[in-house]
Structure formats: C-alpha cells, structure tokens
Design a binder for this molecule. Structure first.
Ligand code: ZN
Length: 155
C-alpha cells in the first residue's frame, strides 16, 4: 500500500512515497495533476511489482506528455533496479539521487548510502567505502557497478 505526502512549493509539487507499489496503486488519485514540475522522493519504497511498474510508467509518461518536468530523488535500490531494466521508467537525466547498497566487511551488516547521480558519474564507478553504523568497520559497495549504475551512462 503506497502512501503519498504532498507539499506544494511554488510551481513545484513535491511528493514523498512510502510503501510498496503494487496492484492497488492509483497514482492519479494519490498525486493528481502537478503544476509545472513534480519532484518524487522514493526513499521508502521497498518493493515495486510488475503491475506497479506498468502503472508507474503510464502515469509518469502521461505527465511528461503534458509537459510537466519530472525529477526523482533518493531512489531506493528497488526503484534503481527498474530504472536500469526499463529505459522509459524515468525520463532521461531525471534521476537526481539514489541509494546505493553496501555490506560491512567485518559484521556483514547491509546498509545504504545516498549519492547524487552527478557525483556518481564523476566517480567513474569507483565508489568510496562507508563506515558501518553498527561496528564502525569498513562497508564496501555490494553490487555489480556496471549493472547498478548502468542508467547513469545510458544517455
Ligand atoms: Zn559492521
């Protein structure tokens, strides 16, 4: 069940998604028609299934067709997977920041780090280690860089 918190800032509508995106999702009812620009925060989306993906693409494509500018922030790893899999999941260069998965080398805890896409591009897939929140050990990026960051270099 997806919950949406909306906040209007001038010509920008900011929405924060919380919850899984599945069969029952109705973006039209949850978001309505934004003004000139829509900023979507996806930090708290742990899961999106195939029906949710279809609804997502239909809704955001319809906004794009109306000339509304879209930006996506704090995309969870579940959302990043879809961005990589489906070329029209998000418009080109609309993803501003993403969560990146890390695993601690010592205690094996999993954590995520927030990165701006612009910074990631400049790092050229050399992701710096993070400090583990649990044991203070070294946490390393835990996925295949060429796959997880594929969308960054798509266009
Ligand atoms: Zn640790």
């Amino acid at each position: 069940m997806l919950n949406v918190i909306k906040e209007q800032k001038g010509n920008v509508l900011v929405v924060r998604f919380t919850g899984s995106i599945e069969e029952n999702v109705n973006f039209e009812a949850l978001i309505g028609t934004p003004p000139e620009e829509l900023h979507v925060y996806c930090k708290e989306v742990p899961r999106i299934n195939s029906i949710g993906v279809k609804a997502w693409i239909r809704f955001f494509q319809s906004l794009k067709a109306k000339g509304i500018k879209l930006k996506f922030f704090e995309c969870s790893t579940a959302i990043v997977q879809q961005i990589n899999l489906i070329s029209n999941f998000t418009p080109p260069r609309s993803v501003e920041s993403i969560y990146v998965p890390f695993t601690c080398m010592q205690c094996k805890s999993e954590l995520v780090g927030l990165f701006k896409c612009e910074d990631l591009k400049q790092m050229k897939l050399k992701i710096p280690d993070l400090k583990c929140a649990k044991c203070g050990g070294r946490s390393a990026f835990d996925d295949i860089p060429e796959e997880f960051f594929a969308f960054l270099f798509r266009n």
